[in-house]
Design a protein around this ligand. Structure first.
Ligand SMILES: [Zn+2]
Length: 316
């Protein structure tokens, strides 16, 4: 990951680059913004840049240091993740004090060249004891060390942690920019990329997860077909019901529809059309009810449940 490959956030990225090049950087940065807009990628890009042995304005991507950063094996680059009860990485887990002690002992080791970079993933997931231990590192950062805290929930961080970080806000990405990136750089078909990005609210990681999962894309296409149902003829709605009822992943497909209607409600809310919001909410509830119907213990007939649902969604 190179700095030049970061999508969007131009102003923030340029300001950070300037402060690193001018040696006027902070010891700790808080990368705050919604999931999937490139915060972790940016932190890794800076970790590579600060340790690259060849690049001047950006990491080269090919030297030994860059290769080590990319594979997660660089001595200087330390990532802290929340973990579950078995100690496996888990974004819904917690950052435990042992992890912090481990990082602190690694930070005490001398380095030969480059900069030590600590990346704290989901920095709002510190256990209290771990947060207190980490505060010491933030208060007296070791030499040649930069800390990046990454979070989608900055409001959940301790004020004492917040006050010691320079905050960099990562705004939601421009949909068109993300689509262009996925089409030009990742070679996804543009119609699929457009749909996935619209449904993911501009989150690259979510959009790519959908694009890479053939079933996920099918569900999105169905969700879009459902979204267009209003005012169409009953035959078409019933064909869709038939198609749906035969799917093994019918429950996941219905889940995708709910996302569709939730997004619609949010979009309408911004636009201020209240009857549209009510319709989106009604559709959401109808899908929820249909899910209940076909799940155990009810196990209702899937075709009938889907016919009832699509006709309801089509406004008939
Ligand atoms: Zn390099």
């Amino acid at each position: 990951m190179r700095i030049s490959e970061i999508i969007g956030h131009e102003r923030e990225i340029n300001a950070l680059c300037a402060s690193f090049k001018g040696n006027r950087f902070a010891h700790a940065y808080l990368f705050a913004g919604p999931d999937g807009v490139g915060k972790r990628m940016a932190a890794r890009a800076y970790a590579a840049f600060l340790n690259c042995t060849a690049g001047l304005d950006d990491s080269c991507g090919v030297c030994r240091s860059c290769v080590a950063v990319a594979s997660g094996a660089h001595q200087n680059v330390i990532e802290i993740w929340p973990t579950d009860k078995d100690g496996d990485k888990d974004l819904n887990g917690l950052i435990k004090v042992d992890a912090i002690r481990d990082v602190q002992s690694r930070l005490r080791c001398r380095i030969e060249s480059g900069m030590k970079v600590v990346i704290v993933e989901a920095a709002d997931r510190f256990m209290p004891q771990a947060a207190n231990a980490f505060l010491k590192t933030l208060e007296e950062p070791p030499e040649a060390t930069v800390i990046f805290l990454v979070t989608a929930r900055p409001f959940a961080l301790l004020p004492t942690v917040l006050s010691r970080c320079q905050r960099v806000n990562f705004a939601p990405l421009d949909v068109k920019k993300v689509v262009d990136y996925l089409v030009d750089k990742k070679s996804y078909p543009s119609s699929e990329a457009g749909l996935a990005v619209r449904m993911s609210e501009g989150s690259i990681s979510k959009a790519m997860a959908w694009l890479d999962d053939g079933q996920g894309m099918l569900r999105l296409q169905l969700a879009e077909a459902l979204g267009r149902l209003t005012g169409q003829d009953a035959d078409q709605a019933l064909r869709l019901a038939d198609e749906l009822s035969k799917r093994d992943d019918i429950d996941e497909a219905l889940e995708a529809f709910k996302v569709w209607y939730r997004d619609m409600a949010v979009a309408c809310n911004k636009g201020g059309a209240s009857h549209e919001i009510l319709r989106a909410i009604a559709c959401y509830s109808a899908i929820n009810a249909a899910q209940e119907e076909i799940r155990p213990p009810r196990n209702a007939n899937k075709l009938l449940a889907m016919e009832t649902l699509v006709l309801k969604l089509a406004g008939r």
